[in-house]
Design a protein around this ligand. Sequence first.
Ligand code: F6R
Ligand code: MG
Ligand code: MG
Length: 375
Amino acid sequence: MPEKTTISIIKCDVGSLAGHHIVPKPLIDIGKKQLKEAQKGGLINSYYVFNAGDDLELLMVHQKGETNPEIHKLAWNTFQEAANKAKALKLYGAGQDLLGTAFSGNVRGMGPGVAEMEIEERGSDPIAVFAADKTEPGAFNFPMFKIFGDPSNTAGLVIDPSMIGGFKFEVLDVMENKKVIMKCPEEMYELIALIGTPERYVVSHVWRARDNLICGSTSTTRLSLIAGKYVGKDDPVSIVRSQHGLPALGEVLAPYMHTFFVEGWMRGSHWGPLMPVSLKDSRCTVFDGPPRIVALGFQVGNGMIASDDNGEPLISDLFEDPAFGLARREAIECAALIRGMGEFEPARLSSHAMEYTTLPKVLEKLKKRFVKADS
Ligand code: F6R
Ligand code: MG
Ligand code: MG
């Protein structure tokens, strides 16, 4: 059996510059230094460090498998060191997502977000990694459905015989901590019935149905459920495998040709249009947004990211392209439109979703002022 390869993307808001805005260079440098050492020591084979707005993102390719304690410890120690630097610089929200105190083998449930995918490498394995800021894991429901379930997005579902058997979606109920696997196209309507409620039901994995080939994985952390109080949204990450009997890269990116609304944005309390941006525009500004997403494209082979002769990983900044200019313009127009409604629903999230924000504290003091109304 050939050795399997694992792609791990682990992220954390360890503190940011000028508000909940951007990860500054000294913290990115700590990420690069730590992962370079881990590569030299043979723990990981390749890495890439970047930011999605105020989140520090560690992309690692290795052969240790998913939820490996050494890999998770590496991420945890890196975030700790970066958080200490953030504290020393008095950056904003220093250490905000590091909720756990003592590391116990796995960063899941301790604050950082994780998406991992262990694969048996195909002859050539193109991978796309997505990282969003100011939104939550359910934000991937719509594009994941479009990519793997919607024949109007993915021509391969109609044209490529190797995809005609469809895809299986694992859906996590983040409130009850239960999961279910649903098969498309047979259960498409029921799948949409669930994942159309992204605050509760989150697509966590996708497999090709005919051979259970893993092809999608997303982070599913709910910080507020871990911490028991509002601690921001869980800016999510995901990994998608493409081509040769899977959706083509172009089909994986097609859902981002238009903007769509996601929960998050200012104070994690608003519907906002998701804006695909290049790495250089990966910073939230207006009304702490609009929620942004970046995407990296690369090849995995021989247990690592394909690299140049100097060992630098070959990474394509997928949204650095005028083809996403329309989505960006739509996002800005939708942002301006919905902000015109101020704090009135549906600009603000539903009262149910607002239970996980700081709003209930504000409403609490009004409770005793209410008197019985005449019927
Ligand atoms: C959203 C987010 C920001 C903050 C907002 C207020 O996930 O992190 O929108 O909620 O900037 O932050 P504080 O309360 O820290 O001033
Ligand atoms: Mg922040
Ligand atoms: Mg963030």
